[in-house]
Ligand binder design. Structure first.
Ligand SMILES: Cc1cc2nc3c(=O)[nH]c(=O)nc-3n(C[C@H](O)[C@H](O)[C@H](O)COP(=O)(O)O)c2cc1C
Ligand code: SF4
Length: 672
């Protein structure tokens, strides 16, 4: 029997028989708007081939006013059906099943034409919505039902109605956004009316045989959000209205609690799904931060859910289930929940991909074909760029020798994994190490090759990474200065610390120094206290006041440029880092000039006018002032007349950027 016997067990949902219990959760990738349906079809077909039991598409708008963005994809007319048919055919040809998600964004639509139950602007949108009148409400319901009928015609096995994350249906449910006094507002019965009417009409449009999934918000994480009893009441009513399955939705987009970031403990919300399961007769699906077959299996075995949704893990590895089912779980590329190439891209209007798998959403164009002429290739530097290049080249049939001067693989990933909230890097390093066990890769760790050693290779790839940049600040002899590398390698640090540089590394170092005791990511009760998530799920919206966190150290995090520190942090994660450090008492400040590092601390002045110097007393000053490309070997090769390719930090080292490094390495490996 497989170690994943629960995960791989078939399940019947409505009249649909699925081959296993894994659901690829809905993700709007931006591919749909690219205008090349074959790429969308290839993206989903790869996941069907990789064993996904059921795929749910990214949210499709039922009409123009309901689109997340003005150009958002949808099923607006019968003309759109043929394009969607290509996608469903491609998935079915691989033995998979696919449902289309219908998402009406309501006041979250980034458009001046957005609509909502009441004219209350969302804090995350510049547009105030128009309050729907009776006819407007009927139009939205009818458009959603029509989209469902078209989905059935396009060959989808069913639809998922997006009822969570603060979109239109969710907006009707809570008084936070629904102040109506007609039959669509007021009592909870009235506020439930729209979602329930949508379910009834979608069921009628689909007929009895297609699947109807309702994505239900189990915890809104906003003030005035639904209470648990209301969630249960809605679940029962949705069942009675004709849904087949309940999928878990967590938190509104405007919530100030992280719900999918890497610092969120794995399966942090699965106990909500477990609590809902006995309340209805419907199968339930757990979601959020479930990223390994072991965890999915454990949840199913414990009876927490009937199926497990994984969204981003299917970006990181299109062969998730095939690998799990064939004893190759260790080869599954792990989603580290960084959001850097997926959600951050979506929110910047860029095509989604994946930091660990740059082929995600580039299936047709970034292909590792067998090499026409296999070569002997040296890769110098075993960080993420070097390892990605080595593996890609090896898969294509090249013979690769991978050198690194240190005794271990991973380069700067070994530092990242020390940071509380970045525990996923341990798994990423294990996966990379496993990837290097390829018959075409020879590892030469603890080796610093000289140009003469490299002359015999047909290609040379320099991935030697970075060295910390010297910021050129006047420094008194004996001043207590450390580099971020020394700190993350465990050098002793005092109780009063100034961190110079508020980029990603500065934030990581401040977080590392501010945390004593167990990491909240590894202890869910600490995490809940830190973010004010109510453990017994009784509080309205699931929120309680966060517990104050005693500060172990006095920490300053400074940056030279004026304005908000950490502006270049991830679009969807920057606020989490700022809020987390603020809660730990870290003082963040921009517009700071570093005058001198003294034995007593850091002397600063402020602003362009350079105010009177002030001494920030500190026992340790930590430099997080950027990096320089490490190119000494490249220069030696140049002098020797040997050609080479530069990748990763050795090429561009403005800020450590594993996403760019891995993408660049993979593209080079595909070309050589
Ligand atoms: C790039 C991206 C786009 C998403 N788009 C949608 C969407 O259109 N509809 C939806 O219900 N959820 C969407 N989600 C949320 C996912 O379905 C899922 O709930 C979330 O990623 C947490 O699950 P995971 O940890 O398995 O990724 C999106 C997530 C990502 C990363
Ligand atoms: S970019 Fe990061 S969060 Fe997104 S799928 Fe890849 S590893 Fe996961």
């Amino acid at each position: 029997m497989s170690e994943y016997s629960h995960l791989l067990q078939p399940i019947r949902l409505g009249s649909l028989q699925l081959r296993n219990r894994s659901l690829m959760g809905s993700m709007h990738t931006g591919l749909e708007e690219y205008g090349d349906v074959s790429r969308v079809a290839a993206f989903y077909a790869a996941r069907a081939r990789g064993g996904a039991g059921l795929i749910v598409t990214g949210g499709m708008a039922p009409n123009r006013e309901g689109g997340v963005l003005p150009g958002a994809s949808g099923l607006f007319s019968v003309q759109d059906i043929a394009a969607h048919r290509q996608v469903t055919d491609a998935v079915h040809a691989e033995g998979g099943h696919i449902a289309m998600q219908i998402l009406h964004a309501g006041r979250y639509a980034y458009s001046p034409d957005c609509v909502a139950p009441s004219a209350i602007k969302s804090p995350i949108s510049p547009f105030a919505p128009r309050e729907l009148d009776e006819a407007g409400i009927e139009k939205q319901i009818a458009d959603i039902a029509t989209a469902a009928a078209r989905a059935a015609e396009a060959g989808y096995d069913g639809v998922e109605i997006m009822g969570s994350e603060g979109y239109l249906l969710n907006q009707f449910l809570v008084t936070h956004t629904n102040r109506r006094e007609d039959r669509w507002g007021g009592s909870y019965e009235n506020r439930m009316r729209l979602p329930l009417e949508v379910v009834r009409r979608v069921r009628a449009a689909l007929g009895p045989d297609r699947l109807l999934i309702f994505r239900l918000s189990l915890i809104d994480l906003i003030p005035g959000g639904s209470a648990w009893e209301e969630v249960v009441q809605l679940a029962k009513a949705v069942e009675a209205a004709g849904a087949d399955v309940l999928n878990t939705g967590i938190g509104w987009h405007e919530a100030r609690v992280p719900t999918i970031a890497t610092s969120v403990p794995r399966a942090a919300f699965a106990d909500l799904t477990a609590k809902l399961r006995p309340e209805t007769g419907l199968p339930v699906i757990a979601s959020n931060r479930i990223n390994s077959p072991d965890l999915a299996e454990a949840l199913l075995a414990s009876g927490a859910a009937d199926m497990v949704s994984m969204a981003r893990p299917w970006l990181a590895d299109a062969d998730f289930i095939v690998k799990a089912a064939s004893g190759r779980a260790a080869e599954i590329a792990p989603c580290i929940a960084c959001n850097q190439a997926c959600l951050d891209h979506t929110f910047s209007g860029k095509l989604t991909s994946c930091l660990v798998n740059p082929r995600a959403c580039h299936e047709t164009e970034l292909v590792l074909n067998p090499a026409a002429t296999p070569k002997h290739i040296a890769v110098i530097g075993a960080g993420p760029a070097g390892m990605t290049a080595a593996r890609g080249l090896a898969e294509r049939g090249h013979q690769v020798t991978l050198f690194d001067k240190s005794d271990s693989l991973g380069g700067q990933l070994n530092l990242a994994k020390q940071v509380p909230g970045k525990e996923e890097f341990h798994g990423l390093l294990r996966w990379f190490a496993r990837q290097m066990q390829h018959p075409n890769i020879t590892l030469r760790l603890g080796a610093e090759p000289r140009p003469d050693d490299l002359a015999r290779f047909e290609e040379r790839i320099i991935a030697t990474g970075v060295t910390p940049r010297d910021p050129g600040i006047a420094t008194e002899a004996g001043a207590p200065v450390l580099s971020y590398i020394e700190v993350l390698q465990g050098a002793p640090v005092g109780k009063r610390v100034v961190v110079i540089g508020a980029g990603g590394i500065g934030f990581d170092v401040a977080g590392y120094l501010a945390e004593s005791g167990p990491s909240p990511t590894e202890d869910i009760s600490i995490w809940r206290r830190e973010w004010g998530v109510a453990p017994p799920w009784q509080a309205q919206g699931g929120l309680v006041p966060p517990a104050p966190q005693p500060a172990e150290r006095q920490i300053w995090l400074l940056q030279r440029s004026p304005g908000k520190p950490g502006r270049r942090l991830g679009k969807t994660t920057g606020w989490i880092h700022r809020a987390s450090l603020a809660a730990k008492g870290v003082q963040m400040s921009g517009g700071v000039n570093y005058e001198a590092i003294r034995r007593e601390g850091l002397e600063i002045s402020r602003g362009e006018t350079r105010t009177e110097p002030q001494l920030l007393e500190a026992d340790t000053v930590v430099l997080c002032t950027g990096q320089e490309p490490e190119r000494s070997l490249a220069r030696q090769l140049e002098a020797r007349g040997l050609s080479f390719h530069l990748i990763g930090g050795a090429d561009v080292a403005a800020e450590l950027d594993a996403k760019r490094a891995i993408d660049q390495a993979m593209r080079l490996a595909a070309q050589l």
